[in-house]
Every structure is written in C-alpha cells, then in structure tokens.
Design a protein around this ligand. Structure first.
Ligand SMILES: *Cc1c(COP(=O)(O)O)cnc(C)c1O
Length: 386
C-alpha cells in the first residue's frame, strides 16, 4: 500500500497506546517513571534541554501532556498539580486590573479564587447567568475585557454554553475565551475546535478516571508570549504535575474512551428513570430532550452528553441529605469523573453563600451496573420517604 493511502490511526487508538509508546532500548510498551528532581549539565556545562530542574517538567509529565495535546488537537498542553493551580495560573498571567467575565454559579473553587483576586483589586469581575449568551455579551466590555470564562456543562445545574458563540463574543471584544469542559472530557468535547483560546480540564476527573490523582491541564491552539508567561507561573510557583501522578494519568487515559462511553450510557438511563419519579421534582441533565441545553450539548459533546447529572429531591433539605446517607453503592463523596459513582448534597459541599438549590443532589455516574445504581437510589429514596 502506498504511503498516501495508509490509514492514520484514530484518536482512540493513539490514546489507548499512549501514542504508540515503545521504549527505545528495551521495547517496553509502558513508559518508565522518571522522578529526578535535577538534571546534570553536559560536558560544556550547558543545560541539557529542555529540563534543568523538576519545576520545568519531566519526561513523564511531557508524555502525558503529548497525549492530551493529541486528544485536544492542541499545539501544546501544560499539566499542573491540580485543576485549581492550572486555573490560578490563567488568572495570574493577566495584567493587574484586568477585566474578566465569569458565570455567577460555577465550580465553587474557581469562583472563590476569582473572588479573592477581585477583593484584592488584582482583577475586575463581571458576572453572567451560566448558559445565557445575552447576559454574557452584555457583561463583556469591548477592548477592555481580557478574559471570558465559560464552564460547560456548568456545575452543578449543568447549563450548556455554546462555546463557538461565546468565543465569537469574546473575540469581537478582543478578549480570550477560557473553556472549562471538565464535565465532558476531550473524547467528546474539543473546546479548541469550537474557538476557545484555552481548553481546561481538571484531569483529576475523567482524564485520569480513577480518583487517585489530582491534576489540571491547559491546552492551546497557538502558543505565544502569554503561553510562555503561564509556563513561568507554573515553574516559579512549582505547580507542575509530579512524575508519579503523570504516569498514573497516562495509564488512566488508556481507557478514557471506553470509560466515558459507558458512564454516559449509564447517566442517560438513570436520568430517564427519574423523570416523573414521585419523589423527584426535577432531573437536570442535558441528555434529556426537554433540557434547554440539549441541542447545543448534542453537537458539542459528540452526541454523548456527559455523565454528570443532578436531581432535585421533593420534600425538605434534610430529605435530600438523607438520600445521600442511605446510598450503599454510590459513595457520599465530592469530585467526579471516576469509575465509581458519587453522590453529594451540593449545598453542604459548596458552603454557605454559594447559590445552589438546597435539595440538589449532584451525581457523578460511574461505570458500574446501571441496574445496581438505579436500585441503590431507589432504596435510598424509599428509606427517606417511607
Ligand atoms: C474539579 C474541578 C475543578 C478543579 O480541579 P481540581 O483538580 O479539583 O483542582 C475545576 N473545574 C471543574 C468544573 C471541576 O469539576
């Protein structure tokens, strides 16, 4: 077969094989972990590029970054020690006094960080209702706003924001668009393809998928001075991902497509099961045809919709808390994107002062048997309302 006819391996194959990794000397198909904190200079006392100290990065971390860059269709990706340190690096690299536009309700850690920076006068913030493009457009100040932040789907109500439309609004005003798509990993949403300038994922969640690493990743279509600045924030703050965690992440990503497909199927079945349930007031899930974000989610998530959903329980706040207490298969824990299913009373977790419905249960659906998961929720609801 001539080279021009040769089939290029699909992204599923590339990610599963960690970019067809083969170790040069041994032929090992799994990379070694390189934990070194420092690197010897060469015989001329020059630095052996690209590393001279661990805070620059490492071979293992760079390998994980290469896999994610491939997934995202990115020029480059940078891995941080947590999603929060990656988000913080983006805020840090802005000029003092920069105007940013963010959703009023979003992942609480990021919102808290933005509010702390705003209170110190380090940045200026305007808010919009998650998913509402008119409000987003109204909050953007032409030639003043530097960054527009979207989270889609948006915690914890799973509003969907049209990334392409948000990017157009941001770019027209001369601002960059940051897209936090943690809820739908790059196997289903490639934010850069929709025009985002930064694609962000908490790799703690779906990318790793096994609840045993905290990591965050930023990806860009084009590099430039701003990207260099962000690299230096990571280097000087020492927030690069460790080699051990990068290795676990590479291993976790090998099953990304399989895990996510199964989790989304489970989520859809669970969401449909609880629509019109006598003890459930509402099911918040973009996969439902009645959901306001359904059409945009469909094209933005490769038809998969994600595996995060929320249930608004009837009754009182304590009833919602009781459902989480009575679950025997769902873990009553925060976080998301692991193979195991989690349930949380979001108001308790986000803390006072954060606008979230008092009877909202946030569910991260894993890859267990759907029947077991539905049975578990049903028995917990039954015990709550008996
Ligand atoms: C978890 C999460 C973060 C923060 O990531 P960490 O890895 O926990 O620091 C940011 N955004 C969203 C949407 C998240 O779910």
């Amino acid at each position: 077969m001539s080279d021009s006819k040769k089939r290029q391996p699909s992204i599923e194959t590339q990610v599963t094989q960690a970019l067809h990794f083969v170790e040069g000397e041994t032929g090992a198909v799994v990379p070694s972990i390189q934990p070194t904190a420092t690197y010897a200079r060469d015989e001329n006392y020059d630095i052996r590029k690209p590393y001279w100290y661990r805070r620059d990065g490492s071979q293992t971390t760079a390998h994980a970054e290469a896999v994610i860059a491939q997934l995202e269709g990115a020029a480059e990706s940078l891995l941080f020690s947590s999603g929060m340190s990656a988000c913080t690096a983006v805020i840090e690299h802005l000029e003092t006094g920069a105007h940013v536009v963010v959703p009023e309700v979003m992942y609480h850690g990021v919102l808290q960080q933005i509010q702390i920076y705003a209170a110190k006068g380090r940045i200026q913030v305007s808010y919009y209702t998650a998913g509402n493009l008119q409000e987003l457009a109204a909050a953007v100040k032409p030639n003043i706003t530097q960054l527009v932040w979207v989270e889609t789907p948006n915690n914890p109500n799973w509003e969907v924001t049209d990334i392409q439309a948000a990017a157009d609004i941001a770019h027209k005003a001369g601002a960059k668009l940051m897209a936090d798509c943690t809820g739908t990993p790059p196997s289903m949403t490639k934010a850069l393809d929709f025009g985002a300038d930064f694609s962000f994922h908490s790799a703690t969640k779906y990318l790793n998928g096994h609840s045993d690493v905290t990591a965050g990743v930023l990806s860009v279509r084009e590099t430039g001075q701003f990207w260099e600045d962000i690299f230096w924030v990571r280097k000087l703050q020492g927030t690069v991902l460790t080699s051990f965690d990068a290795w676990l992440l590479i291993r976790g990503m090998r099953t990304l497509f399989l895990r996510v497909e199964r989790a989304c199927e489970n989520a859809m079945k669970i969401a449909k099961h609880f629509v019109d349930h006598p003890h459930i007031e509402a099911v918040l899930y973009p996969g439902l045809e009645t959901d306001p974000g359904h059409e945009v989610a469909k094209r933005q998530t490769n038809g998969q919709f994600g595996a995060m959903l929320s249930l608004i329980v009837k009754g009182c706040e304590q009833d919602a808390i009781d459902v989480t207490r009575f679950c025997e298969i769902f873990y009553p824990a925060t976080s998301l994107g692991g193979v195991e299913s989690l349930i949380e009373h979001r108001k308790t977790v986000s803390g006072e002062g954060f606008p979230v419905h008092e009877r909202l249960l946030r569910l991260s659906i894993g890859i267990e048997s759907t029947d077991d998961l539905i049975y578990d929720l049903e028995q917990a609801i039954e015990r709550t309302f008996h």
